[in-house]
Structure formats: structure tokens, C-alpha cells
Design a protein around this ligand. Structure first.
Ligand SMILES: C[S@@+](CC[C@H](N)C(=O)[O-])C[C@H]1O[C@@H](n2cnc3c(N)ncnc32)[C@H](O)[C@@H]1O
Length: 231
């Protein structure tokens, strides 16, 4: 089941690339009305501010970069960004949306990717929730190898709020792993969506040699940050 879901979620994001931003900008099926939308945007701004507060940095690595919603923020604090994603459609939109020559993009499957360089900042947004629990520790241990000693990690992801997803998605079992997602044309895919606890992720980062903290916004997001020990 897990291997199928990992393939299915790549197929899902490839097919969804052109409509992906509707989720973050609360359009169409993701428009949950003025109150929920206002809370969403305020909380997203809170996380973006936390990211800006760590800057400026030198090189940044963005894993599962998507259409560039956060690449756009990273170029404001980093001197260069290396952006990886499995979906060529996402990488193409990222290039279109963030036409900055300081961004280098490459296709990579993060379940087999091995870091071959170290960066001042390793960043991933709304990616870790697509990593099944049984692979989370292994994935994090690879991801942190891409941070230089003294470098940082910043992770942002979803809390389990019913208004986070599309109005026509089934209500989440917050403890579940596999969830159904639909495209605007009604096609359905099974994906992994795990609602990690930021304190648990901060503990994992601490075990991997980071001084780390986990935070949550009121309803929608969590983030974890850490600085890698020097030697
Ligand atoms: C929820 S989106 C997040 C995109 C972006 N980080 C953001 O916050 O807007 C998840 C991203 O993971 C990518 N993805 C899915 N499976 C992947 C895999 N195995 N390896 C690398 N990227 C993958 C998708 O193409 C998609 O861009």
C-alpha cells in the first residue's frame, strides 16, 4: 500500500500542478469563507515571518519545492536556492513563478535522493506530511546531512484542521496515513498525509544533532527550526 501511495502522490501532484496554488490561496474548492480564509492567511504570514526571521543565509536547499510559493520567500533571504521536486510540471511552474537566476532546479525522488552537498539552510514546506511515519526518521536523517555544521533547517507543515483541505475532500482521520484527494475534474488519488507533532519533529532533530524548536499556529500550521551543532 505504501509504495503504491508514494507513486500515486507523485502522479497526483503532476496532474495537480496547474491547480495547486488554489489550495494555498484559498480559491475554488479551498475557499472556506471569509473567517477561515482570514485565519489561514494570518497564520501563513506568521510562519513566513518566522522564516524571514532566520535570514539572511547563504545557500538554501528546498525539498519538494512545488510551484514556488515558498521559493519566492527563500530567494528573499538566501543568496542561492537549489530546488528539488519529483514532478516536472511543478518544476516548470516554479521556474515560471520565480524567474530568479539564483534558483537552480532539479528533478529528484526524495525517497531515494542522497544529498551530495551541504547548504546553509535546508527547507521543506508541506512535504514531511507526505512521508509515512515508518520512513520519517530515515528521511530526516538524510535531509539533515544536507545542512552544514552551524547550518539551519526549517520545516513547515499542516495541522489537522478540517478547513485546511478542499470542501469536497473527506474529513481526515488525524491518526490515519492514507487519504483520498481529488482534482477539480473529479479524478481521485490516494496519498500519504501524516499530521506530525512539531514537538516530536523537534525531538527527532535534536537526536540528529540540532538545537531545535517546534511551534504551531492557532489552527492550520506547524513549523520546526533547528541549528546544526558544529562538530
Ligand atoms: C504539498 S506539495 C508542497 C509544494 C511546496 N513545497 C509548497 O509548499 O507549496 C508536495 C510537493 O511534493 C512533491 N513530491 C511528491 N512526491 C515526491 C517525491 N517522491 N519526491 C520529491 N517530490 C515529491 C510534489 O510534486 C509537490 O510539489
Amino acid at each position: 500500500m505504501t509504495a503504491d501511495a508514494l507513486h500515486s502522490q507523485i502522479a497526483y501532484y503532476r496532474a495537480r500542478a496547474g491547480e495547486y496554488d488554489e489550495w494555498f490561496y484559498r480559491r475554488g474548492r479551498y475557499d472556506r469563507g471569509p473567517d477561515d480564509n482570514a485565519a489561514w492567511f494570518a497564520e501563513a504570514a506568521e510562519v513566513m515571518q518566522a522564516l524571514h526571521n532566520i535570514g539572511p543565509v547563504g545557500s538554501a536547499l528546498e525539498l519538494a519545492c512545488g510551484t514556488g510559493i515558498w521559493t519566492r520567500e527563500l530567494v528573499q533571504i538566501a543568496t542561492s536556492v537549489t530546488a528539488l521536486d519529483a514532478a516536472p510540471e511543478m518544476l516548470a511552474l516554479n521556474a515560471q513563478n520565480v524567474p530568479d537566476p539564483r534558483v537552480t532546479r532539479a528533478q529528484a525522488d526524495l525517497f531515494t535522493w542522497e544529498p551530495d552537498a551541504q547548504f546553509d539552510l535546508v527547507f521543506f514546506s508541506f512535504w514531511l506530511s507526505h512521508v509515512p511515519r515508518e520512513r520519517c526518521g530515515e528521511f530526516l536523517s538524510r535531509a539533515v546531512r544536507a545542512a552544514r555544521p552551524g547550518g539551519r533547517i526549517f520545516i513547515v507543515d499542516s495541522l489537522a484542521d478540517a478547513a485546511s483541505s478542499a470542501a469536497n475532500h473527506a474529513t481526515h482521520d488525524p491518526a490515519g496515513t492514507f487519504h483520498e484527494r481529488k482534482l477539480n475534474d473529479g479524478r481521485a488519488f490516494t496519498i500519504v498525509k501524516v499530521f506530525y507533532d512539531p514537538a516530536e519533529i523537534a525531538s527527532s532533530l535534536a537526536a540528529l544533532g540540532f538545537a531545535a524548536e517546534g511551534h504551531r499556529t492557532a489552527r492550520f500550521f506547524w513549523w520546526a527550526t533547528g541549528i546544526k551543532a558544529v562538530a
